[in-house]
Design a protein around this ligand. Sequence first.
Ligand code: AP5
Ligand code: MG
Length: 194
Amino acid sequence: MNIVFFGPPGAGKGTQAHRLEDNYNLKHLSSGEILREVISTGGNLGQEIKDLLDKGQLAPDEIIIKMVSERIRHHDCSQGVIFDGFPRTVTQARALDDILADCNSRVDIAIELEVDEAQMIERIRSRIRESGDDVRHDDNEQTLKNRLAVYRRQTAPVLPYYVDKGLLHRIDGMQSIEDVTNDIKRVIRENVTG
Ligand code: AP5
Ligand code: MG
């Protein structure tokens, strides 16, 4: 089973993907984490990606598509993947279909976590407070505004792609973490695993 998570910064994509991966024996793949790993290795590519992420802009499609494509061929993805933050453009969504088709697989369900802007800002503020010295470079008020604008402009238009395929389910991400998990499990039960 392959699941795609959508939602603005702070919607709870990472939190929920982490809670679900063991339950369904899936691999949680965060495209943001993949990019942050590249940044930590340095070099020209790392610097290029850092400059984009620090501004809240997306990494180029061809770069992230290549990275995700290589990553999901690893053995630990063979039972399926929870995609957290990928695809973020329609080009990426089409590429993901092609990559999975190559492995005789497909996206089984897409889940959008809906959270209002005030809650999103509050959650990122508390993550900044809790992260101490390990605070994410892009977790600051200005970059957060850009990340949200980029989500609306470039990622929200991907949602109709999954609506057209009958795969998109919207979940109220304003509930408690536990209640969001339970809603996601119900949607998976009703639509994928039976
Ligand atoms: P990414 O790492 O994906 O960041 P993001 O989308 O901005 O989302 P966050 O990780 O901030 O939020 P989340 O939804 O995971 O929430 P979380 O669970 O942490 O991407 C970073 C950057 O990389 C992008 O801006 C872009 O530049 C680049 N990038 C990534 N993917 C790309 C792609 N495909 N193409 C091109 N560029 C790409 O929760 C947030 C906080 O809230 C936590 O503290 C958590 O404990 C708390 N929380 C969660 N759920 C609840 C709840 N229900 N109630 C109360 N608190 C909650
Ligand atoms: Mg995340």
